[in-house]
Structure formats: C-alpha cells, structure tokens
Design a protein. Sequence first.
Length: 409
Amino acid sequence: MKATTSVKLSIMMFLEFFIWGGWFVTMGSFLGNNLSATGAETAMAYSTQSWGAIIAPFIIGLIADRFFNAEKILGLLHIIGAILMYLMSQTSDFSGFYPYVLGYMIAYMPTLALVNSVSFNQMNDPEKQFPYVRVWGTVGWIVAGLVISFVFKWDAIDNIQKGMLSNTFLMVAVASGILGIFSFTLPKTPPSISKGENVRLFDILGLDALKLLKDRNFLVFFLSSVLICIPLAFYYQNISPFLTEYKVENSTAWASLGQVSEVLFMLLLPFFFKKFGFKKTILFGMLAWGIRYLLFAYGNSGDLFFMIVLGIALHGICYDFFFVSGQIYTDSKAGEKVKSAAQGLITLATYGIGMLVGFWVAGQIVDKNLISEGLHNWKNIWVFPAIFAVVVLVIFAVLFKDEKVEYKD
C-alpha cells in the first residue's frame, strides 16, 4: 500500500470517528438541558443508532455492494449527514429533532462498513496494515472531545445552560461535509457483487451463521453478547447527562478518557488472551462493567471524583476484553465460509437488537429515578446495570465450557 494511500485512509478514519464522537457523547446533555427531553425520549434518540445498525446491511448489501463504488456512496451519505446535522442544530423541541437524528443515523451507520471496505480494498496485508489506519478513528473521537471541552468550551456548565451544545452539531455538519467531499478523492473501491448476481436476505443479515447457534458454547456467548449490550447502552446514553448534572467541567474531555483506555487495553489484550484464555478474558470484561457502574453509583464530583474517572478509564477493559475478544472467538468458530456472515450476525444482534433494548431499558430506569426537574437519583440508576452485568457474568461463567481459542495478531 502506497504511503499517500495510507495517509488518505487515515484522514478518512479520523474524520469518520471525529464526526461520531463530536455529537453522540453530548447529545444526552443537549436533549435534557436544551430540549427538556425525558429519559424515554433520550432513549429514543440514542436508539436511532440501533435502527441504523439494523438498516445498514440492506444499504450495503442491496446498493453499495452491487451498483456503486464504496467511496462514492460514502461521500453521498456524509453529505446527506451534513445537511441533517445542520437541521438538528436548528431544532427547539424533541418532536422536531427526532426525525433528523433518525435519518442521520440511517445514513451514518452504513459508513462504518464502507470505510472498512475502502480500507481493506487497498491493503495487501490487512491484518498488519488495518490497525495502523483504524487507530486514527479512535484519535479522531478523542480529539472531538478535547475540542468541545478545551477549544470551544461548549460543555462548560454555564454554556450548556445557554444552549451552546447545539454548536456540536454544526461542527459535525462541517466535518461531515468535508469528509463527504474528500471521499470522492479516495481510491476507487468498485462493487463487490455483479449486478446480475442474486443477493439473498440470509446473506445480507448474516443469517447463514445461525447454524453456529447449534454449538452450545457459541449460543451462550451469543446470548451473553446481546444481554451485555444493556449495560453498554446505559453508558453511552447517560455518561454526559450524569457528568453534567454533577456539574463536572470539561465533561466531554473526561468522557474521551474511555477511548484513550480503549487504545491502551487493546495493546494488553493479546497478553491477557494468551495467558488466561478466552473465557477468563471475557469474564474480566464483564466484571469491569459491574465495577465501573458501582464506581459511578458511589462516586461524586468532589473528594470521590477519582471513582468516576476510574470508572470511565475502565471502558477499555469493558469494551476490548468483551467485544474484541468476542470478534476473535466468532472468527475462530465460524471458519472461512461463514466468517463474514457470523460477524454480521453478531453486529446485528448486539448494536441492533441488544442496544435497542438497552437504550429503552435505560430510558425507563432514568425516568423512574427522576427526583425533580433536571435532578436524578444516579446511585439507583447506575446500580441497575451493575447488577445486570454481574448476572450476565454468572450465566456465562456457569454455562460456557472453557475452550482453547487462538489469538490472531
């Protein structure tokens, strides 16, 4: 792969995740403080990610893979996203906001697969080259949080009350427009399926991999993956409102600490995987979910703020040790024939169904713990996903029979 191509792909990844990190984290605070949204309405807004994940395979399978170059679809979707982001910044009530965020996520979620397709198509050794490109996506997410907190200070408590978080949507609209135009300069990635070739629903949704569920261990892992997305949804939906309500300044920058830890623990994952094996690594990840939510429940913005910071820093273990290990396990169980289908099925089940249920549950729990307008019992809110994660851990520990899984660098 040429150096100029590597640079272009890295810029693409940086902007792709700068865009996501630039609004998704702070949306909860924006909705609660500026649009007076309830927990259930905030859950609806965040669940658009799940609807986007469910619809994305159809956009990829029926359109991108058959008729148009991936880089052109990527550019078009981000230009559409830029328009929708601008419209989101102009809304003054939730009923006006929701259709735009739903449309945006339907447009955005397919781009996550498209940037991977564009990248892999240019690489002669993806296993070694892709991590060096993908890491720029994590850098982009982190930079978005730092820009919001330290450059523009839109998440300062006073500025949130003034409605300045709406500027995050404008920032993302600009970035999305830039990536949309830039995408047309990316290396050509032609359709992977000929126009006359039949495409089955089973192929699009990865349902050919359902036969893997006949394996008891894979079934336990599959169900655990769906269930653990409920605690995950609590984090994405509530971390910003939680920090804002506790009057934590630079809350978006603090939240981006989770992405920093994601990079660090990704480096430690091979060690844990090889020393302790797949099952124990997964259990470490589940245990981290329970611990982090207890830290959130009993921490505060004063002398116990270190507990909240530690809880955010555990994101690397929570995410990498479970989801990345799970991708490796799925890859090893599926084999070459249904490898892509199996990964697609897991993505659909987790980011689609699992997170959809998780956001709904989180919205209900938040509303039930509303003390007064703009004030919640966060201890009760965080204890729920902590207990839930421990229950999933016990189910997995008892029902999953240990087996050797090779870590592939």
